[in-house]
Design a protein around this ligand. Structure first.
Ligand SMILES: Cc1ncc(COP(=O)(O)O)c(C=O)c1O
Length: 368
């Protein structure tokens, strides 16, 4: 049996049980699972595609790949992408976890990921016996590096990499002969008028996508986490090689989901509406958390606030749990997160307002 680290969320069960004792009920701000409805246009497209007797193609329908190309051009300033440079994935978590496997990496190879990071980059490296390496500094990436994960906007910190950094990371990846992927699933959730450039952005690449990939998911922007709808896009030669392996493994997006993805990608209105919903929740939580004495780091984009008051993460988790609020300890995301917690904005307006109320009474723990 493959031996992997303990699933981190198991360690949060005691805090969850404690928070659930709050008389006003649990406010769960730990996992970033969307709570708002799937857009009607997308649900209709799924329903219209339920006659799915034939096997879907692993590389997706032409219609889906063309919709992805249109979406990158319209929403991400990417005009050099072609339909052969696109492949749908069954959500992006499987892709992140399996990428070193698909690329044939093995012991001795290094997989770089951000210093505070979504844990699946590390797991994917371990699955093949490769070495995970947490570093944001391209000059520190070792000679044995074969795959580099960027994650901008980042989970958990909400940090955004600018074009200068992306160009520097790409230059270093090419020097090392490594593939570089930016996991961009929070790209449509950038606050305060900022922007989060794609790794495929025209100004970043100058039109040369060699060795570059962008991973994107519709889970967050379109409330489609339950559909498992995502894609990988970029260098068509690399996508072709990845396609061959995924065909052998049967990693195929169901055809009704492919149809739903086209509807989601062609409809900007629901993305903008969802953005406004999260912005209001974020404004409420920024004010409440700051007034309760926490400092918010980064969090320029994405679905989380990355907060600290300079104490070990589990102390802060327990402080929130005493008030019936569950947050995630930064240590889940690496040593660099040891004094932070991650607060998700994926709760209903009612629960967010309730969390803010409890934080306003912060002196008084309600769970004794
Ligand atoms: C950075 C990052 N990558 C990938 C994923 C996986 O998303 P999904 O599998 O829903 O596409 C998440 C989910 O939270 C994430 O935060």
């Amino acid at each position: 049996m493959l031996v992997l680290p303990d699933f981190p969320w198991n360690a949060l069960v005691p805090a969850k049980n404690r928070a659930a004792e709050h008389p006003g009920g649990l406010v769960d701000l730990s996992v970033g699972s969307p709570v708002d409805p799937t857009p009607e246009s997308v649900a209709r497209a799924l329903a219209a595609a339920t006659d799915a007797h034939a096997y879907p193609t692993t590389n997706g329908t032409t219609g889906l790949r063309e919709a992805v190309v249109r979406w990158y051009a319209r929403r991400r300033s990417v005009t050099s992408l072609v339909p052969d440079g696109v492949i749908p994935t069954v959500g992006s978590k499987e892709l992140v976890g399996l990428m070193p496997t698909l690329l044939g990496l093995r012991e001795g190879d290094v997989v770089v990921h951000p210093e505070v990071a979504y844990p699946t980059y590390d797991i994917g490296a371990r699955v093949v016996g490769a070495t995970p390496f947490a570093s944001d500094d391209p000059d520190a990436w070792p000679a044995a590096t074969k795959l580099i994960w960027l994650n901008s906007p980042g989970n958990p910190s909400g940090r955004v990499d600018d074009r200068t950094y992306l160009r520097r990371a790409i230059a270093r990846a090419r020097e090392l002969g490594a593939i570089i992927i930016n996991d961009e699933c929070y790209a449509q959730l950038v606050w305060n008028g900022g922007e989060a450039p794609s790794i495929l952005d025209d100004e970043v690449t100058g039109g040369d996508l060699t060795g570059l990939l962008s991973a994107y998911s519709l889970s967050k922007q379109s409330n489609l986490a339950g559909y498992r709808a995502a894609f990988l896009a970029g260098d068509p030669r690399l996508i072709g090689e990845i396609l061959e392996v995924r065909k052998h493994l049967g990693l195929i997006v169901p055809s009704p989901v492919q149809a739903a993805m086209v509807a989601a990608l062609d409809d900007d209105a629901h993305v903008d509406a969802q953005f406004a919903v999260y912005r209001a929740r974020r404004d409420t939580m920024v004010a409440a958390v700051t007034a309760a004495g926490f400092r918010i780091a980064h969090s320029e984009a994405g679905l989380y606030l990355w907060v600290t008051r300079g104490e070990p993460a589990f102390d802060t988790v327990n402080w929130f749990a005493d008030r019936g609020i569950l947050v995630a300890p930064g240590i889940f995301y690496g040593e660099a997160g040891a004094n932070h917690v991650r607060i998700a904005l994926t709760a209903t307006d009612e629960r967010i307002a309730e969390a803010a109320r409890r934080l306003a009474d912060a002196g008084v723990p309600a769970v004794q």
